[in-house]
Design a protein around this ligand. Structure first.
Ligand SMILES: [Zn+2]
Length: 244
């Protein structure tokens, strides 16, 4: 399974990479916009446009991709990007940090993600290059603001929370209560994806906790493959974990 997924991703790389970052940004609902970047493994991030400023959820693979996303954001609003969340320590969510920092945005994560970025950045980059040899050695830029656990931004309209280990030890969810949208990053996807850093038993427990929260979810945004899903993605992913 892992091999098949890796091969498919490699094929998509060979056609996608020459073009550089190809970022598209589109409106989903309320303040929530979805950003898709098809360079390397396709990644989907979120742009939240608040009353006065913009929050980006997921920094993108590289500073170049982050810059391309910023150019798209500027087409839809003059509000400044003031903060960017690293939802886990993997490069698709933190590789663009250097760009965001250069425009004066805060880089925000949990303490756990900060510590893993510091300890594992080089290793995780090497791991990615096994599948995407052209993925550059992006210098580590650490978050500028960390929280011991859950945190909220944009006056409670952006709620980040951690429920336990899943795809990596540190992945967080980001919930948008007004829009009833849950951003699940690499935690929930239409395929099982990379399990190299996952503890399957803990993963299932974490998704059990997510269900127990009974969040009012209309849409789940996934970090890889197709972006927009219904709330049934949680049970679909749990079934894939059971069969793994
Ligand atoms: Zn991922």
């Amino acid at each position: 399974m892992k091999y098949i997924v890796g091969t498919l991703l490699l094929i998509s790389l060979s056609t996608a990479h020459a073009a550089g970052p190809r970022v598209s940004l589109y409106h989903l609902t309320g303040g929530v916009y979805v950003a898709e970047d098809s360079e390397y493994a396709k990644v989907n991030c979120v742009v939240y446009v608040g009353p006065e400023s913009v929050t980006v959820v997921g920094a993108m693979w590289t500073p170049e991709a982050a810059g391309a996303l910023h150019a798209e954001i500027r087409k839809l609003t003059g509000k400044p990007v003031v903060e960017v969340i690293n939802t886990d320590y993997n490069p698709e969510y933190a590789g663009g940090n250097a760009y965001w920092k250069s425009i004066g945005a805060k880089i925000i994560s949990t303490k756990l993600t900060y510590d893993l970025l510091k300890k594992e950045w080089v290793n995780v980059g090497d791991f990615i290059r096994k599948y995407y040899p052209d993925y550059p050695r992006v210098p580590l830029v650490l978050p500028t603001e960390t929280y011991p656990g859950d945190f909220t931004l944009q006056d409670g309209c952006v709620r980040a929370f951690y429920l336990g280990p899943s795809h990596t030890p540190d992945d967080i969810f980001v919930y948008f209560p007004e829009e009833k949208v849950l951003y699940a990053g690499s935690i929930l996807k239409e395929h099982l994806g990379n399990m190299a850093f996952a503890d399957v038993a803990e993963y299932r427990k974490t998704l059990g906790k997510l269900k127990q929260l009974n969040l009012d979810i209309r849409t789940i945004i996934s970090g890889h493959w197709s972006a927009v899903h219904g709330p049934d993605l949680i049970d679909r992913y749990l079934k894939m974990l059971e069969e793994y």
